[in-house]
Design a protein around this ligand. Structure first.
Ligand SMILES: NC(=O)c1ccc[n+]([C@@H]2O[C@H](COP(=O)([O-])OP(=O)(O)OC[C@H]3O[C@@H](n4cnc5c(N)ncnc54)[C@H](O)[C@@H]3O)[C@@H](O)[C@H]2O)c1
Ligand SMILES: [Zn+2]
Length: 332
């Protein structure tokens, strides 16, 4: 199964197939220098499978966690590329979740002003969201994704078999982003989550979410308009995420909570809540509302300033709405 992302000269395919990890070399040229970047939480066997297809393969294993999206680790990757004599004809592969994808993708985007990059996402979050769209970034002084670039991959490989080893909470965390795609763009995703058992439908859920994101990226690659719809649930979600750091909620869990505020139809909101329960996503959290509001970065601004939020009135349809900060605080 192949999904094309039509971006002119930067167009690329997303291959979705179970077991494709062992056949990457059939689709992209691995007969050159290849640096595989992974983290120590990703099962070693996956890296070995890809490395085995690379006659001139190199491996960098970074420590798992958000901390890897940092200048020291980025510098380490670039230094390795330099030391091994990588040129513009060579390739960087990210094998892992969104952390490894953002980090390795940013190194590929900037080394020699950009070399080839291939993504092999192995978490639901990275398969559904971060591996599609070309946003690469690292963090600085606690600010997420503040240093980055747009750099489209040459190809993306989604192998559903890799999810077998992913802890269930991480599986659900990523599926929250698929639920988001269902609410704003593709209502069939909601139907699939409502099947008695949604797990047999996980490939279709991921495929539909990826297709929806690809179509949005094609229309608005650099997030001038439509791509902002993907921020549905993220305005308050990010606030919860920062404020809730102590209680350790994951990104997708916070986004799910954040979406609930912007679903205007009570019936659709109830449907969404049921799906969240099914996915074992939290449906409420006792984070201090002022802390959430402050973490949204709007604490210092006057009551009159406005933000644009994404609202959903009907499954599969979104709209933008300007909202005063006062109204946003009241909603909380
Ligand atoms: N670039 C974008 O458009 C975009 C979009 C959304 C999120 N992101 C970024 O993605 C990151 C979060 O990604 P994530 O949720 O994938 O987290 P992650 O990359 O930290 O992965 C989660 C954990 O799962 C482990 N893991 C990965 N694959 C596994 C597998 N198959 N089996 C067992 N364990 C496995 C990892 O070692 C890690 O400990 C954040 O840094 C976020 O900013 C980027
Ligand atoms: Zn998100």
């Amino acid at each position: 199964m192949e999904i094309q992302v039509n971006l002119g000269s930067r167009a690329y395919p997303i291959y979705m197939e179970r077991g494709i990890l062992s056949r990457v070399g059939e689709y992209v040229n691995l007969r050159r220098k290849v640096l595989i970047v992974t983290d120590d939480g990703v099962p070693e066997a996956y890296a070995k499978t890809v490395l085995g297809q690379c006659p001139q393969g190199f491996l960098e294993v970074v420590a798992k966690g958000e901390g890897a999206k940092s200048f020291p680790v980025y510098e380490r990757l670039c230094a390795r590329l330099l030391r091994e004599g990588f040129t513009r004809k060579d390739l960087v592969i990210a094998l892992g979740g969104g952390v490894v994808g953002d980090l390795a993708g940013f190194a590929a985007a900037t080394y020699m002003r950009g070399i080839d990059f291939v993504g092999i996402p192995t978490t639901t979050l990275s398969q559904i969201d971060s591996s599609v769209g070309g946003k690469m970034a690292i963090n600085l002084e606690g600010v997420k994704n503040i240093i980055g670039a747009f750099h489209q991959p040459r190809a993306v490989f989604i192998d559903g078999d890799t999810l077998a080893t992913l802890p269930p909470r991480h599986v659900s965390n990523g599926l929250a982003e698929a639920l988001k795609m269902g609410l704003i763009l593709d209502p069939v995703i909601l139907d699939r989550f409502e099947e008695a058992d949604y797990l047999p439908h996980i490939d279709e859920i991921i495929r539909r979410a990826v297709e929806a994101k690809a179509r949005i990226v094609e229309i608005d690659e650099t997030e001038q308009n439509e791509r902002k719809s993907l921020n549905f649930g993220h305005t308050i979600g990010h606030g919860i995420e920062s404020a809730a750091n102590l209680s350790g909620l994951y990104h997708g869990e916070c986004v799910a909570l954040g979406m609930l505020y912007f679903i205007t139809d009570p019936a659709l909101r109830a449907r969404t809540l049921e799906i969240m329960k099914k996915l074992n996503l939290p449906t409420q959290c006792d984070v201090d509302k002022d802390a959430v509001f402050a973490a949204m970065g709007h604490d210092k601004k006057g009551d009159g300033s406005r933000v644009t939020v994404v609202k959903v009135d009907r499954a599969g349809q979104y709209r933008f709405e300007p909202m005063t900060l006062g109204a946003l605080r009241a909603l909380l």
